[in-house]
Design a protein around this ligand. Structure first.
Ligand SMILES: [Zn+2]
Length: 282
């Protein structure tokens, strides 16, 4: 779907007037409002959210899709429902994504993640200088980029305190030597909060856990999610069950993409199984 739409936008971009076939969101002169030419700036511009805007109306106004808005705006990536008046949203002139380069990432890694070729990234004018010497923290426009992993959060079940944090399979169960469940799945798959709570820790834990998040659920209950690609939430943030808090990675002491999931009751690691619905969904 996204790839097919990307072809529609392969035509050269001209700033200003564009014929618009969406009659409920016309610009003043009967043309869709188009972003200004992105070069030689960063390759996008920002739009300030106004009353009544939704992700869908903003996407339609600029002939984008909601995924492009999410892929270009980390806050919307975490929670697409979050759109506040006055907030700045980055608008790409094409379908795609904005990618922030991480330490050690190559152009090939980035291209693979977004399902494009390195050439497609290299050939985008605003990327040229940055692609020559990739630095962590640089941002690249990924024309036509999209994520394959549209995996919904596992549903809760009546009688279970928590929902599963991700879809996958258990590679190591709970024991006296491993007071956790290891749940494996594809790299970069979303990891979700198992219940409502407040983020108590988010970041690199120096105990072999790698990038981790700990959520306080109240009643002395905490959950920990580790070996992630990186946390997507900050300490103090309130999270809802099913909210994405990170992505599956292999950071810390880890042998493959999986999440090491712990439940702590009054600071003691307990068997998570009784808190969860029966089998983890695939
Ligand atoms: Zn483990």
């Amino acid at each position: 779907m996204v790839a097919a739409l990307a072809l529609t936008f392969a035509a050269p971009m001209i700033a200003g007037a564009y014929p618009c076939d969406i009659d409920w969101d016309m610009g003043e002169r009967g043309f869709c409002v188009r972003p200004p030419t992105p070069e030689p700036g960063p390759g996008w511009f920002t739009y300030t959210v106004k009353a009544g805007d939704t992700l869908w109306s903003i996407a339609a106004r600029y002939q984008l899709d909601v995924d492009t808005l999410r892929y270009s705006n980390p806050a919307l990536m975490r929670n697409p429902d979050r759109l506040a008046i006055g907030e700045q949203v980055r608008i790409l002139p094409i379908l795609g994504a904005i990618h922030r380069v991480k330490q050690g990432e190559s152009l090939e890694d980035i291209a693979q993640r977004w399902n494009v070729t390195p050439e497609e990234i290299r050939n985008y004018p605003a990327n040229r200088a940055r692609v020559r010497r990739l630095k962590s923290g640089d941002e690249l426009v990924i024309p036509g980029g999209y994520l394959e992993l549209n995996i919904p959060p596992p549903a809760p079940s009546p009688g279970s305190t928590f929902a599963w944090p991700l879809r996958g399979w258990i590679t190591q169960g709970y024991s006296a030597k491993h007071r956790a469940l290891d749940i494996a799945t594809a790299y970069a798959a979303p990891v979700y909060a198992v219940g409502d709570g407040v983020v108590a820790r988010a970041g690199w834990l120096f105990t072999g856990y790698g990038y981790s998040v700990i959520i306080n659920h109240g009643n002395g209950l905490q959950t920990l999610y580790s070996h992630m690609k990186g946390p997507l939430v900050r300490v103090g943030a309130r999270v809802k069950r099913g909210q994405m808090i990170g992505q599956v990675g292999s950071t810390g002491r880890s042998t493959g993409p999986h999440v090491h999931f712990e439940v702590r009751k009054n600071n003691v690691r307990v068997d998570p199984t009784p808190y969860l619905p029966p089998p983890p969904p695939r």
